[in-house]
Design a protein around this ligand. Structure first.
Ligand SMILES: [Zn+2]
Length: 194
């Protein structure tokens, strides 16, 4: 859970997944004359450690280069998956295969507790925290809420957002910004050609 996930009312159950996908900020639009700076919270292993610690997912164990690599590949697969339209996700075999391969580094175990059964990280090293993110992915996939976690359709944005609209058909993270920008561009392109 983060300031951002609270601001956009992302359900707690998948807030870490939402934040993880958005550690890469590719937004490059201009708002009020100012270009949004692109950034990557996971540009270094130390950045990953800080991100995990902020969410109490850190283990204090060392993040090896192989672990850091696995984390970045997981993020890339998750972002590719979210980029697919929810209706297309099961049909996008390459995207599914990539996610299958990447999640292998994050094994989970079933834990029976007071509040029923939960998936817990099966490893206890520095990557255990990301297994929690993979568990959120699984749970959201199983209960259907993952269909509402999408990637903004604006080419200048590509931010993951949680669609709280009733029909669940939103395409832009913030309709008033990204949606309007896209509509203005389409309008301009159409009339430019005419
Ligand atoms: Zn957007």
């Amino acid at each position: 859970m983060s300031k951002e996930s609270r601001k956009f009312k992302v359900p707690d159950e998948l807030a870490n997944l939402y934040d993880f996908a958005n550690t890469l900020d590719l937004r490059r639009f201009t708002h009020h004359g100012v270009q949004h700076p692109q950034s990557d919270e996971l540009s270094t292993a130390a950045g990953l450690a800080a991100w995990l610690a902020e969410r109490k997912l850190g283990s204090g164990e060392k993040i090896t280069p192989a672990m850091f690599d696995a984390a970045l590949q997981l993020r890339s697969s998750v972002r590719d998956y979210l980029q697919c339209d929810p209706d297309e996700r099961e049909r996008s075999k390459a995207v599914g295969r990539s996610l299958n391969r990447m999640t292998q580094h994050f094994p989970l175990a079933v834990e029976v507790g007071d509040s029923g059964m939960t998936l817990r990280p099966a490893r206890d090293d520095a990557l255990a925290g990301l297994s929690v993110v993979v568990a959120e992915l699984y749970d959201a996939g199983a209960n259907g809420t993952l269909d509402r976690l999408k990637m903004c359709a604006s080419d200048e944005c590509h931010r993951a957002f949680y669609d709280r609209s009733k029909p669940g058909t939103r395409r832009w993270c913030v309709s008033a910004l990204c949606g309007n920008r896209e509509k203005t561009r389409t309008y301009r392109e159409r009339h430019h050609g005419a």
